[in-house]
Structure formats: C-alpha cells, structure tokens
Design a protein around this ligand. Structure first.
Ligand SMILES: [Cu+2]
Length: 219
C-alpha cells in the first residue's frame, strides 16, 4: 500500500495536492485491525462448529440421558460412559451409566469412559487386552500414547462377547477416576449385549443396566 506515493511522478505533482492526513491513515489502520480481529473470531467459531471444539469436554455432556452426543452433520459421535461403585446399604452396586445406549453404524464413535471405582478385580487374561477399537488402542488419563492391553490393576471391562469387542478399564486412583478414551466404528446393526468380565460386584454382574447391558447399533 501507499506504493503510488513513493513514485517520482507522485512527488513531482503539485505540492498543493492534499495528502492523507495522519488521522485518516490512523483510522484506516484501526478499521483494518478490527476487520482482522472480527475475521479471526468468525473463523474460530466456524472451526469450532465444524470440528466440535469443546464437545470433547466430558462436563459438557453431564446429564445427557443416553450418553450419546450427536454432533450432527456427519461428524463423529461422542459417547460418554461412567462407572460408579455406589455404596447402597449392604451391597455396592457397581454400575455403568448409561447401561443401555444407541449408536449409529458406520460412524466414528469417540468414547470416553470415566471409571470412579478404585476396586481391583480379577480379570481373565484375554480380557486385559484391547480389541475392536481403531488400531486396537485405548488412551488412559489423557496420555497421547495408546496401549493395547492394561497391565495395571483393572476394575471392570466393557466386553461384547459376540463380537470380541473388549475394553479393560484401569482401577481409579484413591482420588482421581481413570479415564479411558478410544475411537471405534460399529458397522453391524442390531442389539448387542455387553458385560463386564471382571469379578466385581456379584449382584451387579447379573443385573441388566449395571454390569451388563445393550448397545444398539442403528443404520
Ligand atoms: Cu465390573
């Protein structure tokens, strides 16, 4: 900008020609800055809407009855499950919430399972291994490095025996839950029974909606 003012012909013109005053130039710069800032804000919101920025925060889904947050528009679906060990009179009621949920087929599903149970339960060796996720990996407590099996104490598993899908859930710490995230696609439609393969709460293990339930995959 201001290229023409630097040319010889420009400077040789009549000195009486009014030049831009500094104040007008300053105003234009101000408007330019505002335009850039506004454009940046609009672009950020467009990016956030397109890529679901903020949707990945589990707190944003609290109170979501079915644990399934559809971002719409062909994006991934977010599935949030919590595992609690609820003291209930004389028995604990270990429970996945929700125990029954529905997901779309052929869609990238981004799961977050937050386990608040610090129990350490016996798990068959085969069920300590991850199976059926993207790359057969899970990510624990925000780690960028995926793991294909859990070698630390396990509280519960999320296992679909008919398909071999298996997610071992590390025991929570004394204070903090363990948070497992992974990506998966469920491509066969139907209703699939999942169950926990850990020897956890004997009552819950046989109770629908607690340590067993259903995943319904719809087209
Ligand atoms: Cu269990």
């Amino acid at each position: 900008m201001a290229k023409s003012e630097s040319t010889e012909s420009q400077s040789s013109e009549s000195p009486a020609k009014p030049r831009r005053t500094p104040s007008i130039s300053g105003q234009m710069i101000s408007w330019g800055v505002i335009l850039i800032v506004v454009t940046g804000i609009v672009a950020w919101f467009a990016f956030a809407a397109a890529y679901g920025v903020g949707v990945g925060n589990p707190s944003s889904s609290s109170g979501n009855g079915n644990g399934n947050s559809n971002s719409g528009g062909g994006g991934p679906d977010y599935v949030y499950l919590a595992v609690n060990a609820n003291p209930d009179r004389n028995q604990s009621t270990d429970q996945f919430t929700p125990g029954n949920f529905t997901v779309p087929a052929h869609t990238l599903l981004i799961f977050t399972i937050t386990n608040y149970d610090n129990g350490q339960n016996v798990v068959p060796t085969v069920d300590t291994k991850v199976n059926g996720t993207v790359h057969n990996l899970i990510y624990v407590n925000g780690s960028a490095t995926g793991i294909s099996s859990v070698t630390t104490p396990i509280a519960h598993t999320f296992t679909i025996m008919s398909t071999g899908f298996n997610i071992p859930l590390p025991s929570a710490g004394p204070v903090s839950p363990s948070v497992v995230t992974f990506e998966a696609y469920f491509n066969d439609t139907g209703t699939f029974t999942w169950q926990c393969m850990a020897q956890c709460d004997p009552w819950s293990m046989g109770a629908a909606g607690y340590m067993t339930g259903t995943v319904t995959v719809v087209s």
